[in-house]
Design a protein around this ligand. Structure first.
Ligand code: CMC
Length: 425
């Protein structure tokens, strides 16, 4: 088969190179399209746009495959830890035991945040959403680590950036929660593993059950990276202007907050609680989300890329049953979620649009069972996604031919207007 694509515009035919990825994905390379033809592509919502090449994550939405650096998510979730998989996506290889220990120790060494960050958290109203606090804290770190704000970080500074942000995001997240509860901050304890320390800083209790820490670890692994999603694309876009790493990652936190992206995990729980409290049956609720005028959606369902099933949702559903059984938690919202899923999966509306439960459908129920409050769910997603954002940023700035991201548009507004003085408008 030809490795060129033919484009006929009027009476001219242009040849465009094609590009095939390592998993066989095919793309038409349009880098020279505008220069050669005067045309650009129009792809609202980037439904068909490959914005970059990347060697970090592969996903096949039709087959429900997700791999980090060539390892299946199922195998990583079973055999790896959150910090090990973070190392994997950032450095591109599984660490040796010594490398992993060093990585863990370096993350644990960032066991505090500057006093100004603590003051900033305290200055927020108690009912501030923790994502607002986290995004602000994240960008504010740039005011305290000037040397890390250089346009081009050295390899050693990039190594520091990943361990520093992984260490400090955990502290800022836990402190934001403690502040919302009107409680004093709890100092990080280096002797605890990452997830146990986070729960300890939230609850003040060092005796974190192994099962609880393990369940949280798996949830974080499942969120580590997901190729060019909205928040990762935001990180690449902002980072491409050579904004500092703190500003760049803060942009990812902001993008993640939206209910169509990471904010869906909080929205799912609120939806399930509403179904329970209102006493609405599943059918009545589904009729509402199917009505385009209602403005509501079945949160935790549907995905831009997965059109068969979301492999993360499969793992989470099993983990959900295990965690609740192990902790002896009986949650009526889990029964509602399962009932809703069963009815939706048989409903023509969802079947014909290939809408399946996504990663956010069951994750909130696990967070709830672990004692993590609803408004912290998206913060948990941010903690999990941080290494993915960092890996994607590193890959971008190190790629030959690195350029600022700057899409084009097709202008559809007025062409010539006659300016009228303000008094005569
Ligand atoms: N409930 C009801 N209808 C839906 C839903 C839903 N959850 N999702 C999609 N649809 C309908 C949509 O109305 C449209 O119907 P029609 O063709 O008749 O106009 C069709 O399905 C296609 O939807 P779309 O909005 O064009 O699809 P998209 O790829 O642009 O959006 C999505 C993907 C994830 C934003 C969307 O499915 C959604 O809003 N889901 C609910 C929010 C959610 O759970 N988000 C988390 C995504 S996974 C984790 C993450 O990325 O953070």
């Amino acid at each position: 088969m030809s490795d060129k694509a033919k484009l006929i515009l009027g009476d001219k035919t242009f040849e465009l190179p094609t590009f095939t990825g390592s998993e066989g994905e095919k793309a038409v390379d349009i880098t020279k399209l505008r220069a050669e033809t005067g045309y650009v592509t129009l792809d609202t919502g980037y439904m068909n746009t490959g914005a970059c090449t990347s060697a970090i994550t592969f996903l096949d939405g039709e087959k429900g495959i997700l791999k980090y650096r060539g390892y299946s998510i199922e195998e990583i979730a079973e055999k790896s830890s959150f910090l090990e998989s973070s190392y994997l996506v950032f450095y591109g290889k599984l660490p040796t035991a010594t490398e992993l220990k060093n990585f863990e120790d370096r993350i644990a060494s960032f066991d505090d945040v500057p006093e100004g960050i603590k003051q900033q958290i305290k200055a927020f109203p108690k009912n501030a959403h923790p994502m607002a606090v986290l995004a602000s804290n994240m960008v504010s770190l740039s005011a305290f680590y000037e040397d890390m704000c250089a346009q081009d970080l050295t390899p050693a500074q990039k190594d520091t950036a990943i361990v520093q942000l992984m260490g400090q995001i955990k502290i800022m997240a836990a402190y934001a929660y403690r502040h919302s509860q009107g409680k004093d901050f709890v100092k990080s304890d280096k002797s605890l593993d990452y997830c146990s320390d986070f729960i300890h800083m939230m609850t003040g209790d060092k005796n974190v059950k192994k099962e609880v820490a393990k369940a949280l670890d798996i949830l974080l692994i499942l969120h580590v990276d997901h190729e060019q999603n909205c928040s990762t694309s935001s990180v690449r876009l902002v980072g491409s202007s050579k904004a500092n790493i703190f500003a760049t990652i803060s942009a990812g936190v902001d993008a993640l907050w939206g209910p169509l992206h990471g904010g869906a995990n909080q929205a799912v729980l609120e939806m399930l609680a509403e179904i329970k409290d209102s006493g609405k049956g599943y059918e009545a609720f589904l009729a509402e989300v199917k009505d385009k005028n209602s403005g509501s959606r079945l949160m935790g369902f549907g995905h831009r890329v997965y059109k068969n099933f979301d492999p993360r949702a499969k793992i989470i559903k099993v983990a959900c049953d295990t965690v609740l059984a192990t902790l002896g938690v009986k949650d009526p919202l889990l029964d509602i979620a399962k009932g809703l899923e069963a009815v939706a999966l048989k409903d023509e509306y969802f079947v014909s649009r290939k809408l399946y439960p996504n990663v956010d459908f069951y994750s909130g129920i696990i967070y709830r069972a672990l004692g993590i409050p609803t408004n912290m769910f998206t913060v948990m997603f941010a903690m999990g996604r941080l290494p993915g954002w960092m890996a994607q940023w590193k890959e971008m700035v190190e790629q030959p031919g690195f350029k600022i991201c700057r899409p084009r548009q097709i202008y559809t507004g007025d062409t010539t207007n006659t300016y009228k003085d303000i008094k005569s408008r």
